[in-house]
Design a protein around this ligand. Structure first.
Ligand SMILES: C[S@@+](CC[C@H](N)C(=O)[O-])C[C@H]1O[C@@H](n2cnc3c(N)ncnc32)[C@H](O)[C@@H]1O
Length: 279
């Protein structure tokens, strides 16, 4: 028991473990995630419907989306952005490793007669000969990746962009980092059975890495027959930190916004969005 509690409370090195796929592809958890995506009222897995509508309208006018604009949406989930963009005649590809979300997205596209290409794959392994006018990575997915994974993904973006193509992504800011606190929570069936339909003892250890500006939410879910550990990492950013990472992969940040609806950049905001191009 002592050793198990030691393990639960153990602080790993930043980005030491990558379990993101468990979060999105596990049979039970992915079902919970899809419900969250499709709940247009909250911001849990996708943002609320009003935000997404504003965001797509801004994307459409800022990037002049129209017939033939080639867009790749990395981590497209159930296709909340891809479907809206396809309705504006864009030529859209969505990539996501959640089979459940991709199936939902494909069904929606078929019902609405939208010619969207969906790829059910880890985007860190995605390869294509196509080149895009716009690459999206929306809802703080960039900072979930380790520094080497981010480097790999930015190098892919560089390869997949047309000469004058754009990348749009959003990240949480250092203002948001300041607000996060270390904590330990223990609860039976933590988060109302989100992690398993069976009875479990749920531990949530939040670790703050001051120097690296990283937060880890480490979930340990102890059931009668198995124990799952899920690591949810998030890198927080200043614009300068992000600029440096982009520059090392041949990308230049052209514009800063407060979020992906194109609202004016505000350094007090808890997130920001960037538009980048090849240098
Ligand atoms: C926070 S959700 C955002 C979904 C969508 N961009 C939106 O805003 O509605 C993150 C999505 O990225 C997907 N994802 C995360 N890491 C991935 C990876 N390495 N490869 C493919 N998909 C990934 C998840 O399955 C999930 O659908």
């Amino acid at each position: 028991m002592f050793e198990e509690l030691e393990e639960i409370n153990l602080r790993p090195k930043p980005f030491e473990f990558y379990t993101t796929s468990d979060l999105w592809t596990d049979e039970y958890i992915s079902k919970q995630m899809l419900v969250s995506h499709l709940n247009g009222e909250n911001d849990r897995a996708s943002r609320n419907t009003k935000f997404i509508n504003r965001s797509v309208n801004w994307i459409s006018s800022f990037f002049k989306i129209g017939a033939g604009t080639k867009i790749a949406d990395f981590g497209c989930g159930p296709g909340l952005y891809t479907a809206r963009l396809a309705k504006m005649q864009a030529d859209v590809t969505g990539i996501d490793f959640s089979t459940r979300s991709i199936q939902y997205a494909k069904d929606t596209a078929a019902n609405e007669n939208l010619p969207i290409k969906y790829v059910n794959q880890n985007y860190l392994e995605y390869e294509t000969d196509e080149h895009f006018n716009l690459i999206l990575l929306i809802y703080h997915d960039f900072g979930v990746l380790s520094p080497s994974q981010r480097n790999l993904l930015l190098a892919k973006f560089h390869n997949f962009l047309k000469t004058d193509g754009f990348v749009l992504l959003d990240v949480p800011s250092l203002k948001a980092f300041e607000k996060r606190k270390e904590a330990t929570v223990y609860k039976v069936n933590l988060e109302n059975h989100f992690w398993s339909p069976n009875k479990y003892h749920g531990f949530l250890n939040t670790f703050k890495y001051e120097e690296e500006k990283v937060i880890l939410d480490k979930y340990t879910i102890v059931e009668a027959s198995r124990t799952q550990v899920i690591y949810i990492w998030q890198q927080y950013y200043s614009p300068e930190m992000l600029e440096k990472e982009f520059a090392s992969c041949g990308l230049k940040i052209n514009n800063l916004f407060s979020d992906v609806t194109g609202s004016k950049f505000n350094s007090k905001n808890e997130e920001f969005a960037v538009v980048a191009q090849k240098k």
